[in-house]
Ligand binder design. Structure first.
Ligand code: NAD
Ligand code: G6P
Ligand code: MN
Length: 444
């Protein structure tokens, strides 16, 4: 494996997350020596805005000569010679996200980017886009590592598992990092000392222990106790973002009613759909917040760079997101065997769950890829039942994608754990077929 002068491609280069990732790449150059960065996107205007911003960042860090920066909408040009690919597509963009969130709400159900039926709508779009990227990697850079965080992670990784089982790919989500960072910041811990035990599907899991090396014990019981007493406040990296405050408050409610485990905050959509519907404005959802915030900010940064404005130009803060990706890439490159939460085929990791479920568990990462741990204990019936039903729904949706099956899609929509009746499931499926048009496979 090449260890120097690495060529990196960001697929979905125009993503608003790109500056955070590049910032992490810059500060990790000693562990991850890259000498070229290519932004690949199907949207030339977004890619070009990002190209200007990243060029500015590299210049500011005096790296313009050491790092060659490219942008392209041509897949062959982008992927040929790549060593690492970071993938962050949003097929259909924020406009389609807005519909994913608003259409289910019209029928009285949860509307969310990755959870519930909004997540299923996004899933059928995203599978198509991501399989395309994987096929390019297969064709033009078969030895490259693909680090994917394109959502909805369980669905896209299930589709890739079926279509390209041999691809060198890691699927990761930053949510567990955000949960840990937020708890650590609120209660005075350093998560670098933590060895957490966690299992679930993506955005659908539980911590069972958090071993803290600095004090040589499991600190989860005391964290759960504090959660009962004290509100968890939004950490600095999400400051001013009320959506996250609501998420942490819901996490506390779940911990109170289902004690003994720390749940992923996203479980609120499955366990308390009524409450999440109550605190969501159906006319102004998360997509609107992001379009009016992060997207506008990014355009504004690009404008300032183009017009060579003086003063503070860079304006972004994505917490650990970029660092997490960089840490994984560096762990592969340097064969570190650092531990990350990854989405992998179960294959016995959770002993009493089907082997072919895509699950999220801790894994060690090195040159040969991910080595997931085995829990070595059976999960309880409550978690198992929830996971099995949701996993079956997700499997059916991926079947629907490959088989072009309306019937499987309807079964998937009905079985989704946010859905109480086949009536809204069918209405929403039919609305989504119209709204998604060619973004979706044809369903017969
Ligand atoms: P964004 O809309 O800002 O950026 C996505 C980019 O992808 C856009 O520039 C778009 O033009 C491009 N794109 C769309 N379809 C494409 C295709 N077929 N080929 C190449 N490029 C394509 O979105 P964002 O908010 O930055 O999020 C990007 C992705 O990262 C989403 O899937 C989001 O859900 C995901 N995400 C995942 C995690 C995680 O924990 N796994 C965390 C953050 C974001
Ligand atoms: C977390 C989740 C991601 C999700 C993101 C949404 O990071 O782990 O999977 O995409 O939140 O953030 P946004 O600001 O786009 O709503
Ligand atoms: Mn995630």
């Amino acid at each position: 494996m090449k260890t120097n002068h690495l060529n990196v491609v960001i697929a979905g280069g125009g993503s608003t997350y790109t500056p955070g990732i590049v910032q992490a790449m810059i500060s990790s150059r000693d562990r991850f020596p890259f000498s070229s960065l290519t932004l690949y996107d199907i949207d030339e205007a977004r890619n070009d805005d990002m190209f200007e911003i990243i060029r500015y960042m590299l210049k500011k860090e005096a790296l313009s000569k050491e790092v060659a920066l490219y942008q392209t909408t041509d897949a062959q040009e982008a992927f040929t010679g790549a060593d690492f690919i970071f993938s962050q597509l949003r097929v259909g963009g924020m406009k389609m996200r807005e519909l994913d969130e608003k259409i289910p709400m019209k029928h009285g159900l949860v509307g969310q980017e990755t959870c519930g039926l909004g997540g299923f709508s996004y899933g059928l779009r995203s599978i198509k886009g991501l399989l395309e990227i994987v096929s390019y990697v297969n064709q033009y850079a078969p030895d490259a590592w693909l680090l994917n965080y394109t959502n909805p992670e369980t669905l896209v990784s299930e589709a890739v598992r079926r279509a390209f089982p041999e691809v060198k790919m890691l699927n990761a989500c930053d949510m567990t990092i955000s949960i840990e960072e937020t708890i650590a910041a609120n209660y005075g811990y350093d998560r670098k000392n933590w060895v957490p035990m966690y299992y679930g599907l993506n955005h659908f899991g539980w911590y069972t222990s958090i071993y803290d090396k600095s004090v040589d014990r499991d600190v989860l019981p005391e964290i759960l106790e504090r959660l009962e007493q004290e509100r968890l406040h939004v950490a600095d990296f999400n400051a001013g973002d009320d959506t996250w405050q609501e998420a942490w408050d819901m996490m506390r409610l779940m911990t109170k009613n289902f004690p003994g485990y720390l749940p992923n905050n996203y479980l609120e959509y499955y366990l308390y759909p009524n409450r999440t519907i109550e605190h969501t404005n159906p006319n102004y959802t998360r997509a609107n917040i992001v379009m009016d915030g992060r997207e506008k900010n990014t355009k504004e940064m690009a404008r300032k760079v183009r017009e060579q404005e003086e003063g503070e130009i860079l304006d972004f803060n994505f917490g650990e997101h970029g660092q997490y990706i960089m840490d994984m890439a560096a762990s592969i490159l340097n064969d570190n065997h650092d531990r990350f939460m990854l989405i992998v085929p179960n294959k016995g990791a959770i002993p009493n769950l089907r082997d072919d479920a895509m699950v999220e568990v801790p894994a060690y990462v090195g040159r040969t890829g991910a080595e997931p741990i085995s829990l070595r204990f059976a999960i309880n019936d409550f978690h198992k039942g929830l996971m099995e039903a949701q996993n079956a729904a997700e499997k059916l949706l991926v079947d629907a994608y490959f088989e072009h099956s309306y019937q499987k899609a309807l079964q998937a929509f009905t079985l989704n754990q946010t859905v109480y009746s086949a009536d809204p499931a069918k209405q929403i499926l039919d609305d989504f077929i119209k709204a998604n048009g060619d973004y979706w496979p044809e369903l017969n």
